[in-house]
Write a new protein. Sequence first.
Length: 134
Amino acid sequence: MPKVFLTRRYKFSAAHRLHSETLSEEENRRVYGKCNNPAGHGHNYCLEVTVTGPVDPETGMCSDVEELDRVVKESVIEKLDHKHLNFEVEEFDGRVPTGENIVQVVWEILSKSLPHLYQLRLQETRDNFFEYRG
Ligand code: NI
Protein backbone atom coordinates (compact mmCIF):
# COMPACT_ATOMS: atom_id res chain seq x y z
CA MET A 1 0.00 0.00 0.00
CA PRO A 2 1.28 3.50 -0.72
CA LYS A 3 2.80 5.24 2.28
CA VAL A 4 2.12 8.93 2.82
CA PHE A 5 3.70 11.37 5.27
CA LEU A 6 1.33 13.67 7.13
CA THR A 7 2.58 16.78 8.94
CA ARG A 8 0.67 18.87 11.46
CA ARG A 9 1.89 22.17 12.85
CA TYR A 10 1.53 23.24 16.47
CA LYS A 11 2.58 26.34 18.38
CA PHE A 12 3.81 26.99 21.87
CA SER A 13 5.64 29.80 23.63
CA ALA A 14 8.31 29.14 26.21
CA ALA A 15 11.21 30.77 28.03
CA HIS A 16 14.66 29.34 28.48
CA ARG A 17 18.18 30.15 29.52
CA LEU A 18 21.08 28.41 27.83
CA HIS A 19 23.36 27.55 30.72
CA SER A 20 25.31 24.36 31.39
CA GLU A 21 25.97 23.31 34.98
CA THR A 22 29.19 21.63 33.87
CA LEU A 23 30.71 24.82 32.42
CA SER A 24 32.12 27.79 34.35
CA GLU A 25 30.31 31.15 34.30
CA GLU A 26 32.88 32.45 31.84
CA GLU A 27 32.62 29.41 29.56
CA ASN A 28 28.81 29.67 29.62
CA ARG A 29 29.00 33.29 28.52
CA ARG A 30 31.45 32.39 25.77
CA VAL A 31 29.47 29.37 24.47
CA TYR A 32 25.94 30.77 24.67
CA GLY A 33 26.52 34.54 24.38
CA LYS A 34 23.41 36.58 25.13
CA CYS A 35 21.34 33.39 25.40
CA ASN A 36 23.15 32.89 28.74
CA ASN A 37 21.47 36.03 30.17
CA PRO A 38 20.47 34.95 33.73
CA ALA A 39 16.89 36.21 33.36
CA GLY A 40 16.30 34.05 30.27
CA HIS A 41 14.36 34.93 27.14
CA GLY A 42 11.46 33.52 25.18
CA HIS A 43 10.53 32.10 21.80
CA ASN A 44 7.34 31.41 19.90
CA TYR A 45 8.09 27.86 18.81
CA CYS A 46 6.51 26.08 15.89
CA LEU A 47 6.52 22.29 16.17
CA GLU A 48 5.86 20.21 13.06
CA VAL A 49 4.99 16.58 13.74
CA THR A 50 5.24 14.15 10.83
CA VAL A 51 3.65 10.71 10.99
CA THR A 52 3.60 8.12 8.26
CA GLY A 53 1.51 5.15 7.32
CA PRO A 54 -0.23 3.29 4.53
CA VAL A 55 -3.29 4.95 3.05
CA ASP A 56 -6.38 3.12 4.23
CA PRO A 57 -8.32 2.30 1.04
CA GLU A 58 -11.63 2.79 2.83
CA THR A 59 -10.98 6.21 4.43
CA GLY A 60 -8.32 7.44 2.02
CA MET A 61 -6.30 8.57 5.03
CA CYS A 62 -2.97 7.54 6.57
CA SER A 63 -3.47 8.90 10.06
CA ASP A 64 -6.14 9.86 12.56
CA VAL A 65 -5.57 13.62 12.73
CA GLU A 66 -7.91 14.16 15.69
CA GLU A 67 -6.06 11.55 17.70
CA LEU A 68 -2.72 13.12 16.68
CA ASP A 69 -3.92 16.56 17.80
CA ARG A 70 -5.15 15.17 21.10
CA VAL A 71 -1.85 13.38 21.87
CA VAL A 72 0.36 16.35 20.91
CA LYS A 73 -1.76 18.89 22.80
CA GLU A 74 -2.16 16.81 25.96
CA SER A 75 1.38 15.47 26.23
CA VAL A 76 3.55 18.24 24.71
CA ILE A 77 1.80 21.58 24.27
CA GLU A 78 0.23 21.63 27.74
CA LYS A 79 3.56 20.64 29.25
CA LEU A 80 5.66 23.32 27.50
CA ASP A 81 3.39 26.24 26.62
CA HIS A 82 4.03 29.40 28.66
CA LYS A 83 6.59 27.63 30.83
CA HIS A 84 10.16 28.45 31.75
CA LEU A 85 11.79 25.27 30.48
CA ASN A 86 14.75 25.40 32.89
CA PHE A 87 12.62 25.62 36.02
CA GLU A 88 9.20 24.17 35.24
CA VAL A 89 9.78 21.14 33.01
CA GLU A 90 11.44 18.19 34.77
CA GLU A 91 12.81 16.75 31.52
CA PHE A 92 15.27 19.67 31.47
CA ASP A 93 16.70 19.00 34.92
CA GLY A 94 20.41 18.68 34.13
CA ARG A 95 19.74 19.14 30.42
CA VAL A 96 20.22 22.50 28.68
CA PRO A 97 16.97 23.49 26.91
CA THR A 98 18.57 24.12 23.52
CA GLY A 99 16.54 23.49 20.38
CA GLU A 100 18.53 20.26 19.94
CA ASN A 101 17.46 19.02 23.38
CA ILE A 102 13.88 20.30 23.17
CA VAL A 103 13.25 18.39 19.95
CA GLN A 104 14.69 15.21 21.55
CA VAL A 105 12.54 15.62 24.68
CA VAL A 106 9.46 16.04 22.50
CA TRP A 107 10.42 12.89 20.59
CA GLU A 108 10.83 10.92 23.83
CA ILE A 109 7.34 11.96 24.88
CA LEU A 110 5.54 11.51 21.56
CA SER A 111 7.17 8.26 20.46
CA LYS A 112 5.53 6.54 23.44
CA SER A 113 2.06 7.28 22.04
CA LEU A 114 2.71 7.61 18.31
CA PRO A 115 4.15 4.41 16.82
CA HIS A 116 4.19 5.93 13.34
CA LEU A 117 6.07 9.09 14.30
CA TYR A 118 8.54 9.88 11.51
CA GLN A 119 10.02 13.33 12.10
CA LEU A 120 9.86 16.39 14.31
CA ARG A 121 10.80 19.85 13.13
CA LEU A 122 11.11 22.56 15.75
CA GLN A 123 11.30 26.11 14.50
CA GLU A 124 12.79 28.42 17.12
CA THR A 125 13.36 31.63 15.17
CA ARG A 126 12.77 32.69 11.59
CA ASP A 127 16.20 31.44 10.58
CA ASN A 128 16.68 28.57 12.97
CA PHE A 129 15.11 25.11 13.12
CA PHE A 130 15.91 21.61 14.34
CA GLU A 131 14.90 18.29 12.82
CA TYR A 132 14.96 14.91 14.55
CA ARG A 133 14.02 11.41 13.46
CA GLY A 134 14.71 9.46 16.63
NI1 NI B 1 16.71 31.08 22.87
